[in-house]
Design a binder for this molecule. Structure first.
Ligand code: PLP
Length: 379
């Protein structure tokens, strides 16, 4: 089965009891047993729930892995993966990872005994240089947030494997519709399903997909033992989002590409980052590694910080809000919003200035979105 067919048919068997074409949302916490320890495979909904199972099945199929575990948030998924390690183990990651991932490693896992090292360089060699014999997981995100750098999954997987470590890829920005990390050598794929997977800005969730079924045992154990599971309603909503993922991503990419091309050389725009543009430093890698360059566009507005704040307040269709990946367009000022906890000098050194804005381009009509940005720039 190809991607679009899997998105609609895996984890969607009609309900055996009633024939309901859309499987019911199983709100139950518990399951009636016919005799002690005799049951139909379900005992208690933290340990297993059919609605969650359906969502896990479709996501595993779309990422090309044998199994998936769903969580209450992207960070719960990430935390679970790190919890399968032991004190004294070591993780390496690209420095500009999602802020919550950095905070988890730096403030929660470090005191617990898990070491982490970060590289400011996207090259595979840079990862190799900071690995030690204790490194168990190499963690990367691609494209990165908010500068949309792309990292070479296959090359970094080779580096990780040569040193006996596993590669985890946070595939939230690309989604399996545009990028297949497991096919490129990743051992784990992590998602904030809050973003494109759910796709409608109405449910927080996360997921962890493994490439090797043997790795699911520890993940499943921690999912149940620590309990960061999604409820059945959340699992259902996220699953409903999956059914249109491929169509939405196509439109996100089309709209983002048009916006990027329109504003790349605009008089009020100092620079624009989009992996689909030839000017992007990782354009060739993005073309090789991704089906499409994604729905995120980052721009630096000409002028000072006040000019940029003015822009942020003037858009009418782009809502000024954190998060991304919903059908509606969002606008974020990373320095003041998502990246505010990073010290100003570190932020500036990475290029996340007070004039930088990140667009999560929605699936509205591209002409209207372009007109909205034009209006806000010309304030
Ligand atoms: C949002 C996000 C996360 C965290 O997910 P939550 O669902 O908010 O916990 C992790 N990684 C990336 C790339 C994200 O955008």
């Amino acid at each position: 089965m190809k991607f679009a067919t899997k998105a609609l048919h895996v984890g969607q068997d009609p309900d055996p009891a009633t024939g309901a074409t859309v499987p019911p949302i199983h709100v139950t916490t518990t399951y009636t047993q016919s005799a002690p320890a005799e049951h139909k495979g379900y005992e208690y909904s933290r340990s297993g729930n059919p609605t969650r199972d359906n969502f896990e099945a479709v996501l595993a199929a779309l990422e090309g892995g044998p199994a998936c575990a769903a969580f209450a948030s992207g960070l719960a998924a990430t935390n679970t993966l790190f919890n399968t390690l032991r004190p004294g183990d070591h993780v390496v990651a690209y420095a500009d990872v999602y802020g919550g991932t950095f905070r988890l490693l730096d403030q929660v896992m470090k005191p617990w005994g898990l070491d982490a090292s970060f590289t400011e360089d996207t090259s595979p060699d840079a990862f190799d240089r900071i690995m030690t014999e204790k490194t168990k997981i190499v963690w990367l995100e691609t494209p990165t947030n908010p500068l949309l750098r792309c990292l070479d999954i296959k090359a970094i997987a080779d580096v990780a494997h040569a040193r006996g470590a596993k590669l985890a890829v946070d595939n939230t920005f690309a989604t399996p519709a545009l990028q297949q990390p497991i096919a490129l050598g990743a051992d784990y794929v992590v998602h904030s399903t809050t973003k494109y997977i759910g796709g409608h800005s109405d449910v927080i969730g996360g997921a962890l997909i493994v490439a090797d079924e043997a790795d699911m045992e520890a993940v499943r154990y921690h999912q149940n033992a620590a309990g960061g599971v999604p409820g059945p309603f959340d699992s259902y909503l996220a699953h409903r989002g999956v059914k249109t993922l491929h169509i939405r991503m196509e439109r996100h990419v089309q709209n983002a590409q048009r916006i990027a091309q329109h504003f790349e050389k605009h008089a009020k725009v100092a620079s624009l980052y989009y992996p689909g543009l030839k000017s992007h430093p990782d354009h060739a890698l993005a073309e090789r590694q991704m089906v499409g360059p994604g729905g995120m566009v980052t721009m630096v507005i000409k002028g000072n910080a006040d000019d940029c704040f003015k822009f942020c307040k003037r858009t009418k269709l782009f809502s000024l809000a954190e998060s991304l990946g919903g059908v509606e367009s969002l606008l974020c000022h990373p320095a003041r919003m998502t990246h505010a906890s990073i010290p100003a000098e570190v932020r500036e050194a990475r290029g996340i200035t007070d004039s930088l804005v990140r667009l999560s381009v929605g699936i509205e009509d591209a002409d209207d979105l372009i007109a909205d940005i034009e209006y806000a720039l010309n304030g």
